[in-house]
Write a protein that binds this ligand. Structure first.
Ligand code: M7G
Length: 334
């Protein structure tokens, strides 16, 4: 029988015990505590999603970070605070155990209360990127967005040289593939160097409930940057990801393949091929038509034409302040 949502991950539990201290994966020895973080500004917030993105800093830690060679810069941090979804089994407690329940209004059959539940029922998930680069900060800053229609020529002349000149570190991916980080979170692994991959819960999912299930498959091969590099040669790999990924998720979480949205992003933020697995009922960020390409469709397209993604134009959104947007502007393509 399928197991339910997994318990909170070990490192989170350790973090709770030691007052929110985090150590970096991959062997580097940088540590910070949440209380070290100083908020500098709000980058973006969403009342609907109950999430806020903050630019923060850890005062006086810049030199130490450079010495141990982490992929970020200086003392900047990005902190994402998000109210976690309800866990069904805890809902009765919410009504029974509020520290106080304040009646705000009552009109006929309608009334509103504000509850202040005890800490175990009012969790907030905090994701910290530290040390963060300017690119991380820009990624979360609210910006005007434009759609780009990129031809294969545009990819070769504008996007590819830009990607090659950029250094958005994918060290975290290598840490997972080499079991230097998140090894205890691996849900499935196919170790084949050409056609294998590792499936882990995405950073965005706390694994406490299935409503926002989100896993990510990272391929073992390191040279595939994105959809644009895929040809029929990669079909065995992509079919493995689709088939084994679905099997592993139904076995571990009880969610069938027919209730999963399995897709690639174009453009991705990280140029190491990976596939997103999200619950169909979850409106995951980046799952809209301008960014998501269903893996099953990608497989069919490549099976029909090996060079499909080296021929067709692809559309994707870019924020107005992104350097790649400026490159398209300079080339008169926007
Ligand atoms: P993407 O399409 O390259 O970019 O997806 P996006 O972040 O703009 O969607 C990368 C995916 O990897 C995202 O869903 C991230 O939440 C996830 N991710 C990023 N990092 C740094 C980590 C990490 O350290 N661990 C895990 N498990 N997932 C991550």
């Amino acid at each position: 029988m399928a197991e339910g949502p997994q318990p909170k991950r070990k490192r989170e539990e350790e973090g709770e015990k030691n007052g929110g201290t985090a150590t970096q994966g991959g062997g580097a020895a940088a540590a910070f505590t949440l209380s070290d973080l100083r908020v500098r500004r709000v980058l973006r917030e969403s009342a609907r999603d109950k999430i806020v993105f903050l630019h923060a800093e850890v005062p006086g830690s810049g030199g130490e970070m450079e010495e141990i060679g982490l992929s970020g810069e200086g003392t900047d941090a990005v902190v994402i605070l998000e109210k976690t979804p309800f866990q069904e089994e805890k809902i009765p407690d919410l009504l029974k155990k509020p520290m106080n329940a304040e009646l705000q209004m009552h009109n006929d059959i309608y009334c509103t209360f504000y509850l202040s539940p005890p800490p175990e029922l009012s969790e907030i998930k905090a994701t910290v990127v530290y040390p963060a680069t300017e690119k991380h900060i820009q990624k979360y800053l609210r910006q005007e967005v434009h759609l780009i229609r990129e031809t294969w020529e545009d990819y070769k002349n504008i996007t590819l040289p830009f990607i090659q000149s950029q250094s958005f570190s994918i060290q975290w991916v290598y840490n997972i593939l080499e079991k230097k980080a998140e090894a205890d979170r691996i849900v499935h692994e196919n170790p084949d160097p050409s056609n294998g991959f590792v499936l882990v819960p995405d950073l965005k999912w706390n694994q406490n409930q299935l409503d926002d299930l989100y896993l990510i498959a990272l391929v073992q091969r390191r040279e595939i940057k994105s959809l644009r590099d895929l040809t029929a040669e990669h079909l065995p790999l992509l079919r493995n990801v689709l088939q084994e990924g679905k099997e592993a998720i139904v076995k571990r979480f009880g969610v069938p393949g027919s209730q999963l949205r399995i897709y690639l992003h174009y453009q991705p933020s990280y140029h190491h091929l990976h596939v997103h697995f999200t619950a169909l009922g979850y409106d995951a960020p980046g799952s809209s038509v301008e960014r998501a390409h269903l893996l099953a469709d990608v497989i069919d397209n490549l099976a029909m034409d090996s060079t499909y993604y080296q021929k067709r134009a692809l559309t994707f959104p870019l924020r107005a302040d992104e350097p790649l947007f400026k490159k398209f502007q300079e080339a008169g393509k926007v």
